[in-house]
Design a protein. Structure first.
Length: 306
């Protein structure tokens, strides 16, 4: 009498590079969305530059610990050219330092909806910049989806309340331009190195640029509440250290235009988080604009059949 052996258990499916990139994008969207909530919460305690400094300093310490723990003495896996170091420095100055300060300052002058609308001009600028300078072309689905998603952000901002002035508008537009430049530069850097190295070195550069504001930061921290300090630390650990690293991981594996289009979801997620954490009930415009943005992102992700 023969005995039937049980069939071997099927091996769990391995994550493909595309799925890993998709997970990285999802993590980035959630963490960057939470940053708007945290900035809104702590922005009345810490000034724009000191808040940016503590955020980047915390991120630099966390990423340095990760790099040393995982790589030992060889913290940079492969030699990099002077040009690459220069591009990483430019990314650190433009995106991580000046962009963060501009965004912090902008949100002190305009309401969150207006800030979201103005800053989210960047993904559309990135799509055109990637087509012009990175050879990604101008896919119709990407451009159409970006325009639809941007219109959703515009609808979302109609339900916002608060003061608006030209200084805040200018700062948010400046942040959008810096965001665009940083993302395009980073895409070039990621052709020769990995995301962790790029984010780590850029954070170090950004921190160094903001060091002149250390005395002001120390002074403001002395009068800050424990909650405000924890929120600032959170901004450094999660939206910056983790969020920018997962963004870099996805950017290395995706076109810059398509990846940036997914960040149109950020204002919608941010509104929902504000609803849950700060009891800021979204308006009808928030729900409608969020739905339109999701449709636009879905359109931008469509690929043309060969």
């Amino acid at each position: 009498m023969t005995q039937t052996l049980p069939a071997p258990a099927a091996a769990p499916p391995r994550l493909t590079e595309n799925r890993k990139a998709a997970i990285a994008v999802a993590v980035t969207v959630v963490l960057w969305s939470s940053a708007f909530v945290a900035i809104r919460d702590v922005g009345h305690t810490l000034s724009a530059a000191p808040l940016a400094l503590i955020r980047l300093a915390v991120a630099s310490v966390a990423l340095t610990a990760i790099v040393v723990a995982t790589r030992g003495r060889r913290v940079i896996p492969q030699p990099l050219s002077r040009r690459t170091y220069g591009l990483i420095a430019a990314c650190g100055v433009l995106w991580l330092a000046i962009y963060t300060v501009a965004l912090n300052a902008g949100e002190q002058h305009v309401d969150a909806g207006t800030a979201a609308l103005l800053v989210n001009v960047a993904p559309l600028l990135i799509a055109f910049g990637a087509g012009l300078f990175l050879g990604e072309g101008f896919p119709r689905a990407l451009i159409a989806g970006s325009l639809v998603a941007l219109s959703g952000v515009a609808v979302l901002s109609l339900g916002s309340t608060g003061d608006r002035d030209w200084l805040g508008i200018g700062l948010c537009l400046l942040a959008a331009v810096l965001y665009t430049a940083g993302a395009l530069i980073q895409k070039v850097v990621l052709r020769v190195t990995d995301g962790l190295t790029t984010t780590w070195l850029a954070c170090l550069v950004g921190t160094a640029v903001l060091l002149p504001w250390t005395p002001q930061l120390v002074s403001e921290l002395a009068g800050a509440s424990a909650g405000a300090i924890l929120a600032a630390v959170y901004l450094g650990l999660f939206p910056t250290a983790i969020g920018f690293t997962t963004w870099s991981y996805a950017l290395k594996r995706m076109d810059a235009g398509r990846l940036s289009a997914t960040t149109y979801i950020v204002p919608t997620v941010s509104v929902l988080m504000s609803w849950a954490l700060l009891s800021e009930v979204p308006t009808v415009f928030g729900f409608i604009g969020g739905a339109i943005s999701l449709v636009g992102v879905a359109i931008s992700r469509r690929r043309r059949r060969g």
